[in-house]
Design a protein around this ligand. Structure first.
Ligand SMILES: [Zn+2]
Length: 86
């Protein structure tokens, strides 16, 4: 069962409740009136929210990894020269 956030129209209380999936309203915990489900947009995952600095760091890291992979590939080819090594 999912946890949804509800807001009471009568007393403006906000609370989370474990209810059946798709439930739109539940009795308010404070006053017993009908509390409507708050439809909040899901937050973007933190991995997708990167500042410019973080993005540049990641780019540099990727460049280093590419460089290393290329060096490894060359070293492997030197160790085992095949018909493609020409
Ligand atoms: Zn209420």
């Amino acid at each position: 069962m999912p946890i949804y956030e509800f807001r009471c129209d009568s007393c403006a209380a906000r609370f989370e409740a474990l209810v059946d999936a798709g439930t739109d309203s539940t009795p308010c915990r404070a006053c017993g009136e009908v509390a409507a489900r708050v439809l909040s947009a899901p937050a973007a995952p933190m991995s997708l929210v990167k500042g410019g600095g973080e993005k540049r760091r990641q780019e540099r890291r990727n460049a280093q990894l590419r460089e290393r992979a290329r060096a490894d590939f060359k070293a492997a080819r030197r160790r085992a020269p095949g018909p493609r090594g020409r």
